[in-house]
Design a protein around this ligand. Structure first.
Ligand code: HXC
Length: 260
């Protein structure tokens, strides 16, 4: 598929790389960009040869937010009636793991986009922030809720109410990102692709189940979440891959997963 605002490639046979490509606007997330992103994610999700997706931006910006110029003159009645930006949440229905490789600015909707991914790796240049307060508004793509789950009330309040940008190191200390990779152009993307390749070597049916149960932790009570995890765990005993994985261990050999 030909896109205007994103690039797609296959750096590894089982890993799709999606690069936000509006460099002059620091990857501001205009509506057509998001429509393309959703389409590329769905295509990768539906392609059985793809096991993981890496999402990245440029060295200067992962994404500097929703497109302010596109939004500035909108009226309540329009945004309400058209469910403005509600399609952003479509990516949370993707079943395959999405790894964000963040360099430079991840602000506003750009920070929220990263937070909708499953794993975030940061380059030392990454800066995260919810600066909407400086524009007379608040996060609208889940930032207030997802950050509160991850970093707690005080840090979320500070980010949302002051708009302060936090460094890659702070984001790592706070648990927003899983780690900061070593310095260098493209290092964070390389590392994210390596994580995707590692995931691709597993049983994809258990990867999908693993993503599903971890995400349930953000929706369910502890008792319901534990029961859900146990049920899915039980269910995996019906797969060929569980038999293969455990037999291979007992026979001291490498498993050969068939994703069934
Ligand atoms: C539209 C943007 C943009 C944005 C940058 N640009 N961010 N355009 N929407 N979010 C454009 C600039 O207008 C400029 O275009 C070009 O990108 C380069 O940006 P500069 O500002 O010249 O670069 P610099 O001085 O290096 O500053 C970088 C920056 C700053 C600190 C990241 O651009 C900035 O503050 N951007 C806005 C960040 C922000 O407020 N994000 C939250 C948006 S609200 P020209 O044409 O002048 O060269 C949001 C709500 C989410 O995200 C709701 C989700 C549902």
């Amino acid at each position: 598929t030909q896109y205007n605002y994103i690039l797609t490639s296959r750096p590894e046979p089982a890993v799709t790389l999606i690069t936000l490509n509006r460099p002059k606007a620091l990857n501001a997330l205009c509506s057509p960009l998001f429509a393309e992103l959703n389409q590329a994610l769905r295509e990768a999700d539906d392609d059985s040869s793809v096991s993981a997706i890496v999402l990245t931006g440029s060295d200067r910006a992962f994404a500097a937010g929703a497109d302010i110029k596109e939004m500035k003159d909108l009226e309540f009645s329009e945004v309400y009636k058209t469910r403005f930006l509600e399609d952003w949440a479509e990516m949370t229905r993707i079943r395959k793991p999405i790894i964000a490789a963040v360099s430079g600015y991840a602000l506003g909707g750009g920070c929220e986009l990263a937070l909708m991914c499953d794993i975030i790796l940061a380059s030392p240049t990454a800066k995260f922030g919810q600066p909407e307060i400086n524009l007379g508004t608040i996060p609208g793509g889940g930032g207030s809720q997802r950050l509160a789950h991850i970093v707690g009330k005080s840090r979320t309040m500070e980010m949302v109410l002051t708009g302060r940008m936090i460094s890659a190191q702070e984001a790592s200390d706070w648990g927003i990102v899983s780690r900061v990779v070593k310095e260098g152009d493209g290092e964070v993307v390389k590392e994210a692709i390596a994580v995707g390749k590692e995931i691709a070597s597993k049983s994809q049916i258990s990867v999908q189940a693993g993503k599903e149960v971890v995400n349930a932790a953000y929706e369910l009570t502890l008792a319901e979440g534990l029961r859900f995890e146990r049920r899915i765990f039980h269910g995996l005993f019906a797969t060929k891959d569980q038999k293969e994985g455990m037999s291979a261990f007992a026979q001291k050999r490498k498993p050969n997963f068939v994703n069934e």
